[in-house]
Design a protein around this ligand. Structure first.
Ligand code: F6R
Length: 238
């Protein structure tokens, strides 16, 4: 485990962006596992700048996202597809057809989940998986549970997760109750994992995840078992 404790969010973003950029430079056709949420936004901005000034190139990159809300259309401004388009994909030279986000509208969610995992295997697995962490320790939308869920699956969101994400919606009632998330297998089989966290609110859960017992009650704790984990975080709120 490599840990970079940063002095602020700007430093987290710069460090995370440089790790992702290094992956893209060393393997131009890399498969990047991507996350939404507020933490990666700063890193995405820097990646856009790096792409626009020719330092990195997305033309051969494939991306697979961690999760998507159930029931939101891709053009809904709260969907994770919309988030990825507006925060990264629309501003870089990635081929949109090589960007994958689970389909939260799939009629057969089980078939969609199985197809998502099969796609990741067919792509040769994920080279670098970027993760944020929820206040309850979730990664992707793998919520605290009695057992680690290995495959991509539909999950009922915890009330604490809906509350936390309500900040992006007009009201809590609009926050979807379910999501489809990559499971632990694809995350743990990623060749490298990069966990980012920002601010005092995440300090306690980061500590628990990295140094506490490995337990599905703290889903991110499974990352202690990953052979190539990098953590970039700050406990400061500036
Ligand atoms: C997002 C995701 C979530 C977030 C987590 C932290 O695709 O999978 O696990 O990474 O909820 O979100 P922020 O960064 O908003 O604190």
């Amino acid at each position: 485990m490599r840990i970079f404790k940063c002095k602020n969010y700007a430093e987290v973003s710069a460090k995370a962006a440089s790790i992702i950029a290094a992956q893209m430079i060393t393997k131009p056709n890399a498969v990047l596992g991507l996350a939404t949420g507020s933490t990666p936004v700063g890193a995405y901005k820097i990646l856009i700048e790096k792409c626009n000034n020719g330092e990195i190139d997305f033309s051969e990159i494939t991306t697979v996202n961690l999760d998507e809300y159930c029931g939101l259309t891709p053009d809904n401004d709260q969907s994770y597809r919309y988030f990825m388009n507006t925060n990264l994909f629309d501003h870089v030279n990635v081929r949109k057809e090589c960007t994958f986000v689970p389909d939260g509208l799939a009629e057969d969610a089980e078939a969609e989940s199985a197809a998502y995992d099969a796609r990741i295997v067919a792509l040769g697995g994920i080279d670098l998986q970027l993760l944020g962490i929820g206040g309850n320790g979730h990664i992707g939308f793998n919520e605290p549970a009695a057992a680690f869920d290995m495959a991509t699956h539909t999950v009922e969101l915890k009330e604490s997760t809906r509350q936390a994400n309500a900040r992006f919606f007009n009201s809590i009632d609009e926050v979807p109750t379910h999501a489809i998330t990559m499971g632990m297998r694809s995350i743990m089989q990623a060749k490298k994992v990069l966990l980012v966290a920002n601010g005092s609110k995440k300090a306690e859960i980061v500590e628990k995840a990295l140094y506490g017992p490995v337990t599905p009650e703290v889903p991110a704790s499974i990352l202690q078992l990953h052979p190539d984990l990098t953590v970039v975080y700050t406990e400061n709120d500036d």
